[in-house]
Design a protein around this ligand. Structure first.
Ligand code: PMP
Length: 418
């Protein structure tokens, strides 16, 4: 018999039998489960992908806030249109131009973070069993959405230059031969989460050609493109095709994830459906957040702030790589040229999920590799996020992590020897 939710007795299974079937695909992610641990100040968290908002200029934020509240308060506190604030959309066109995109504000839909844009897209395209192609590894939040929509997730071979076009063609051919509907290719082509790798221009062109001829829509998710450390990355894939690429952008990494402002640049053919989906889901994206972003961009030198962020994150990347080279000289790791992440491959047999409690007891946290796959792969991988701790703590965190990894490797060798 079901218990009732009274007093201190809470039966969390009380409504379980009434849930929709797909609710079973919602489970606590590896990242979520870490949040409680990670907030302890003594733990160096190399886990959650958080920007270093402490580096944002207080004066600039105050200026934007004061100006918004004193001049357009009533608009900002009201409902808005389902497609998003018109002025902000014009400003987004300017930002996207930095990535080679000739977009139109007409084709933009502002969403509650780009995560919401991806959720709407998945809702629009995915019936249970439809195939979504993904990088190996892929963004944990995307894996979560596609799992919830009951998609069949197919990870495509990925190397230090990102997704392999040959492997993509092979996967599509095989999946179609099995009678599957291959609907979407989800990509983070620039400074990927979690690997940090970037797809060069020639591969972008090949991938696009394959998807055009196979009728697969590319979802290009690009929250990190502006955060490069050395040279400017290749132009966005959306700049190469209007009809076959949906582009997701976000203010979360260049400004603040707390404002929850992201956007979708949709092919004209799906723009209206996406706007309707946005309205159906949230009525209108939050006006206050949108207008605050818009005001911030108007009254501040936002390009300079992005340049500052590049310097800050470059220093943190350097600290991470330097510590890895020093303490884990034999380990395989990516060397990102932008973004927040690097991807560590440990010897077969080291289990990053099982290792996590040991790491936390050594006061360091990371995200286990299996979080970034829809199929259980990534056991001997882990993601390091270097964006949030200070430079010194990034070094300290890697040093602690190296101690734990080296112990595991030594243990493996002992087992092998026995
Ligand atoms: N895509 C990728 C690749 C990300 O790393 C993130 C944030 N971790 C998101 C989307 C979600 O961003 P937002 O805050 O705009 O929803």
């Amino acid at each position: 018999m079901n218990e009732t939710n009274t007093g201190s007795i809470t039966n969390f299974d009380y409504w379980k039998s009434a849930y929709a079937g797909r609710a079973s695909n919602l489970s606590v992610s590896e990242v979520r489960a870490l949040f409680a641990v990670v907030s302890r100040p003594e733990v160096v968290s190399l886990a959650g992908g958080m920007p270093d908002v402490s580096e944002l200029p207080t004066e600039g934020l105050n200026k934007a806030f004061d100006s918004l509240v004193s001049t357009r308060r009533d608009l900002a506190l009201q409902y808005g249109g389902g497609q998003g604030d018109a002025k902000l959309r014009e400003q987004i066109v300017e930002i996207m131009a930095l990535e080679g995109i000739q977009g139109s504000a007409e084709d933009l839909i502002v969403t509650t973070g780009s995560q919401h844009g991806l959720d709407l897209l998945a809702d629009l395209f995915i019936d249970p069993g439809d195939v979504v192609l993904l990088e190996s590894p892929s963004y944990v939040g995307a894996v979560g959405i596609f799992r919830h929509k009951e998609a069949d997730m197919a990870h495509v071979h990925t190397d230090n230059d990102g997704l392999s076009p040959e492997a993509l063609q092979q996967s599509i051919t095989e999946l179609k031969a099995q009678g599957k509907k291959v609907k979407l290719l989800y990509l983070v082509p620039t400074f990927a989460n979690p690997s940090g790798v970037t797809i060069p221009t020639h591969r972008r062109e090949e991938i696009l050609k394959i998807c055009e001829s196979e009728g697969v829509l590319i979802v290009e998710d690009n929250p990190y493109g502006q955060l490069y450390f050395d040279e400017v990355p290749p132009d966005a894939m959306r700049s190469m095709s209007e009809q076959h690429v949906v582009y997701l952008g976000s203010f979360s990494k260049i400004l603040s994830p707390g404002l929850r402002v992201g956007y979708v640049l949709a092919p004209p053919a799906i723009r209206e459906k996406l706007t309707l989906a946005n309205e159906s889901s949230i009525l209108s994206p939050a006006m206050f957040g949108q207008m605050l972003v818009s005001e911030y961009l108007t009254v501040n030198d936002w390009k300079k702030q992005i340049t500052d962020y590049r310097d800050i994150y470059r220093q943190k990347r350097d600290a991470a790589i330097e510590a890895i080279d020093k303490h884990l000289p034999d380990i395989q790791t990516t060397r990102p040229r932008g973004g927040f992440f690097l991807w560590v491959t440990m010897p077969e047999g080291v289990d990053s999920k099982a290792m996590l409690p040991l790491a936390v007891s050594e006061l360091v946290a990371y995200t286990p590799g299996t979080a970034f796959y829809g199929n259980g792969m990534g056991k001997n991988n882990l993601r390091v996020c270097f964006s949030h701790p200070s430079v010194e703590r990034v070094s300290l965190g890697i040093q602690r992590l190296a101690g734990v990894i080296n112990n595991q490797i030594d243990l493996l060798k002992t087992f092998d020897a026995e």
